[in-house]
Write a protein that binds this ligand. Structure first.
Ligand code: F6R
Length: 614
């Protein structure tokens, strides 16, 4: 989704802005642009459709001077991706340049009013309306740029993070946020601005997270100032972020996605560190223990999430219902927030989000809090909006996930959910000591099991060649592995653009079986569990209709080997953690098929990493 970078200080702004844009590329975008005020005060704006590399090529012969500037990657919402719709947008007089992440919902009304006052527009974006509104206010009220931004934002309905600079003013950037991420990085006599602190980590690890409704006044040689739209000053709270640059680079892998798949043995170690005690086998999430009473009186747990995080939540539902015997509901955050849900003050709402910035999940959190529920976050990005909006939570600690298709975050989320279920289950007394220790021991063994699974990579790469040109896939699984089937199908469609559907295996007979033929591969998760025999019968039904089967099996499973066309054999772990083991070969299968098809694996078309608009 759109990315924002800004710089003001003593260095040349251009290289810093371009580096920042490259670091934000993972978020997904379709055009890029930059605005600089040079030392004479001239405002130079350059933008074009396509990748940041295209922008770099475009500006090669241009004036790139200036120690203040703003830059943007755009993910189209209002208007097609083209040069004109790319940001920055300039006001009619070309005195003010603005970059914007988010959506101005009432842009039509504002645009009509501006048109009535003689304003004309070059683009079809909502963002160009905002920059002209700022200019209109600034000229008619003869006010400062800060005041004009404050007054304009009071008229805006929607979500935004923005940054604004002005011709003739090389000393000031005005930035503001509502429901869309924005941080100010603090350097020595310089400031950085970004949608994601990770994009600025080579310059500083001191960050101020701008809050909703705040405007940042970032001035050369002045302390940072945060004010509300009503000009009340807010406290500056500097947070330190521990992150290394190597975590943001491919480290010799051809793609971030492959690197992240391979990181999983280590990310699980990081995820369980300090939470599963290797000596006693005890499991503790402090976010639960610190709010013990709240969890003990929970009548219901509601998971809210989107996409892969929603799939992980479905596994969380099984874990919590089995281990804690608390009823669980799993909701798409986007549906939950608009359907007037029944939320009791005794409910616990668990918001699951890798980025911690997903607009729908954030809105669901706000709704749940208003209804008096206790909100627990399971996020990856430290300091993200959702992690700050929740009452308590547990980070998954898997490090930055740059590939658009989520991999290590999914396995980290399921691992945290297992620890969540064990911690609550123990407090409630709903889990036996034997089962508690079986699962905690299995958590400790997971990293080694995943290392074993990764040895399947060469076999899966070969297998992928057979299925690269299939047009449709179906993924079947049951119980804990029904969500794994959904996730496997999502991975394939996201990065290879092959249509794929996940189904509970037994549901196949109620419709999808009509699709089965020799052309449509069926991926069946047939690892041992209490529905194993039923799943084997479903495989027979697929074979009887000429379907081709790729089966994920455990052990030397002769029965399934006789039915399936191809088998991928994974190590066995306790049933409730099998999704973590099984998801890895499914990630690899999707990855290799996408590579065979020549797809842009890390930045698939139309997708964004951090979905900060509804
Ligand atoms: C799929 C994927 C998306 C995200 C979804 C929610 O690979 O990455 O489906 O899971 O957009 O994102 P987060 O978890 O950041 O809230």
């Amino acid at each position: 989704m759109c990315g924002i970078v800004g710089y003001i200080g003593k260095r040349n702004a251009y290289p810093i802005l371009i580096k920042g844009l490259h670091r934000l590329e993972y978020r997904g975008y379709d055009s890029a642009g930059i605005a600089l005020v040079d030392d004479e005060g001239a405002l130079n704006v350059y933008k074009c459709k396509g990748k940041v590399a295209a922008l770099e090529h475009f500006v090669e012969t241009k004036n790139l001077g200036g120690s203040i500037g703003i830059a943007h990657t755009r993910w189209a919402t209002h208007g097609v991706p083209n040069d004109v719709n790319a940001h920055p947008h300039c006001s009619v007089s070309e005195n003010i340049a603005l970059i914007h992440n988010g959506i101005i919902e009432n842009y039509r009304v504002l645009k009509d009013a501006l048109e009535a006052n003689g304003y004309t527009f070059r683009s079809t974006t909502d963002s160009e309306v905002l920059v002209n509104l700022i200019e209109y206010i600034r000229s008619t009220n003869c006010c400062t740029l800060l005041e004009a931004v404050q007054q304009a934002l009071k008229q805006v309905i929607g979500a935004y993070s923005i940054a604004v600079i002005e011709r003739g003013n090389r000393d000031e950037i005005i930035a503001a946020r509502k429901s869309s991420p924005l941080v100010v990085g603090i350097g020595e006599g310089e400031y950085f601005l970004g949608s994601d602190p990770a994009s600025l980590i080579e310059y500083t690890n001191n960050f101020v997270y701008v809050k909703d409704g705040e405007v940042a006044l970032i001035r050369r040689n002045h302390p940072l100032k945060l004010v509300t739209l009503d000009n009340r000053e807010s406290k500056i709270d500097i947070k330190q972020l521990e992150l290394s640059i190597s975590q943001l680079e491919k480290g010799g892998y051809p793609h971030f996605m492959l690197k992240e798949i391979y990181e999983q043995p280590k990310t699980i170690v990081d995820c369980i560190r300090g939470r599963v005690n290797p000596d006693s086998g005890n499991v503790k999430l402090s976010g639960v223990i610190d709010n013990r009473e709240r969890f003990l009186r929970a009548r219901r747990i509601i998971f809210v999430a989107c996409g892969t995080s929603w799939h992980a939540s479905l596994i969380g539902e099984h874990l919590i219902e089995n281990i804690c015997r608390i009823p669980v509901e799993v909701e798409y955050a986007s549906e939950f927030r608009y359907r007037n849900p029944i939320i009791h003050p005794d409910d616990i709402v668990v918001a699951v989000s890798q980025s911690g910035e997903t607009a729908d999940t954030l809105a669901a959190v706000e709704l749940a809090r208003k209804a008096g529920a206790f909100v627990f976050g399971i996020c990856n990005v430290v300091g993200s909006s959702i992690s700050r909006a929740t009452d308590s939570g547990a980070y998954i600690h898997v490090g930055p996930e740059i590939g658009v298709a989520s991999t290590k975050a999914f396995t980290g989320q399921v691992t945290v959910m297992a620890m969540l279920a064990l911690t609550i289950g123990k407090e409630l007394g709903t889990v036996s000591d034997d089962y508690f220790h079986e699962v905690s021991q299995a958590l400790l063994e997971l990293p080694d099991k995943l290392t074993e699974v990764l040895k399947l990579d060469a076999q899966i790469s070969e297998l992928s060649k057979i299925f690269t040109y299939a047009h449709n896939f179906i993924y079947l699984g049951r119980g804990y592995n029904y969500p794994t089937a959904l996730e496997g199908a999502l991975k394939l469609k996201e990065i290879s653009y092959i249509h794929a559907e996940g189904y509970p295996a037994a549901e196949m007979k109620h419709g999808p079986i009509a699709l089965i033929d020799n052309e449509m591969p069926t991926v069946v998760i047939a690892t041992p569990d209490h529905t194993y025999a039923k799943t084997v019968s479903n495989m027979e039904e697929v074979k009887a209709r000429g379907g081709r089967i790729i089966a994920i099996i455990a052990h030397e499973d002769e029965q399934v080997r006789r039915i399936a066309d191809y088998c991928i054999e994974v190590p066995v772990v306790t049933e409730c953690l099998m999704p973590i083991v099984v998801s890895v070969p499914l990630q690899l299968l999707a990855y290799h098929i996408a590579v065979n098809k020549g797809r842009n694996v890390d930045q698939p078309r139309n997708l964004a990493k951090s979905v900060t608009v509804e």
